[in-house]
Design a protein around this ligand. Structure first.
Ligand code: MEV
Length: 338
């Protein structure tokens, strides 16, 4: 039996545009998905998932991928979660060269499903790691990240970038542009997350942006402009001392870039009323910048604020179900002692 965990993430900049080869900078955060895999004597897969929670928001389900569990979670989310677990098992079987390996799998997660915090990537990364280790064939991190990407790519009908899976595997802040994935050294950023309790459908949202990009040259230009924001932001991060607290100027400039990035995502139709409400609540509370994170449509925003004002304001913002300060997770996937 092996247990592995992997972190969720927020996007400082660049979601959606990264699907078309533009750079993106996601940051791993200390909210983790934990997967335990135990090899079975037959070729069955049994999945039990509990505590898909975020600071008190809990959904519970148990069942097998063949026998869909009956639980109080919207069915599309549940289908998506089970699809990611299936895909992770296929990758682990293939990597270990044991195509009919069976597993008992347990998933516990602090990351809400489909909320822009990279729950699927964290489950896939931890799942492949736990399952390959249970078969006695642990993978190098680069291969693990690549296989996790392929699992997401399959589930999302080819509409996935390497950003979520690479970040979850490696931890820290990373830069992803197409196949070019690197870890960045950044100062500790004062990240605050707001969660509206909802979720977006990544596949549909990515498909919507793709349609706009094909139909209108200015939508394609908008995605390129997001890439320019990311390039500017990563240069600011590269010029900063990673061992010193971030300067006020750096936070202010990163905040401006986040605000513009949110506006462009909104123009592409992937924001929502509740995400915009939280973004404005954060800005009015004094956050230097705020934007949606992940695919959008509902879920989470991320703001930059050194003070407690954004968190306090979000606690009282109608439509915001939860808010927390997100610490950067320096460690990516790791084996857990149980
Ligand atoms: C979803 O977390 C991020 C998107 O850019 C899709 C992807 O990169 O695979 C919307």
């Amino acid at each position: 039996m092996t247990t592995a965990s992997a972190p969720g993430k927020v996007y400082l900049f660049g979601e959606h545009a990264v699907v078309y080869g533009e750079p993106a900078v996601p940051c791993a955060i200390e909210k983790r998905a934990t997967v335990t895999a135990e090899k079975r004597d037959d070729d069955h897969i049994r999945v039990e998932a509990a505590d898909l929670s975020l600071n008190g928001f809990v959904v519970e389900y148990a069942g097998s991928t063949a026998n869909r569990p009956d639980v109080d979670v919207p069915q599309p989310l549940l289908e998506a979660a089970m699809g990611y677990i299936d895909a992770a098992v296929q990758q682990a079987r293939q990597a270990a060269g044991v195509p009919d390996a069976g597993f008992d799998i347990t998933v516990e997660s602090e990351i809400p499903l489909g909320a822009g915090l990279g729950s699927s990537a964290a489950v896939v990364v931890a799942g492949i790691d736990a399952a390959t280790r249970a078969l006695g064939e642990p993978l190098e991190r680069t291969e693990l990240a690549e296989r996790a990407y392929r699992a997401e790519y399959d589930v999302q009908d080819g509409q996935a970038s390497r950003a979520d899976t690479f970040c979850s595997t490696m931890g820290g802040a990373v830069r992803v542009a197409g196949e070019d994935c690197t870890r960045l050294s950044t100062p500790t950023l004062p990240l605050v997350v707001g969660f509206d309790g909802g979720a977006g459908d990544t596949g549909k949202l990515v498909a919507g942006v793709r349609k706009l990009r094909e139909q209108y040259s200015f939508a394609a230009d908008t995605l390129e402009a997001i890439g320019d924001i990311v390039s500017t932001g990563e240069q600011l991060l590269a010029d900063a001392d990673p061992n010193a607290p971030p300067s006020d100027e750096l936070i202010a400039e990163l905040g401006d870039l986040m605000n513009i990035n949110h506006g462009l995502l909104s123009a592409l139709g992937v924001s929502s009323r509740s995400l915009d409400t939280m973004v404005w609540a954060a800005r009015e509370a004094g956050a230097e910048g705020a934007k949606l994170t992940g695919a959008g449509g509902g879920g989470c925003i991320v703001a930059l604020d050194q003070s407690d004002e954004t968190e306090t304001s979000l606690q009282y913002t109608p439509g915001c179900e939860n808010t927390f300060r997100a610490a950067l997770a320096e460690e990516g996937v790791r084996v857990e002692d149980v």
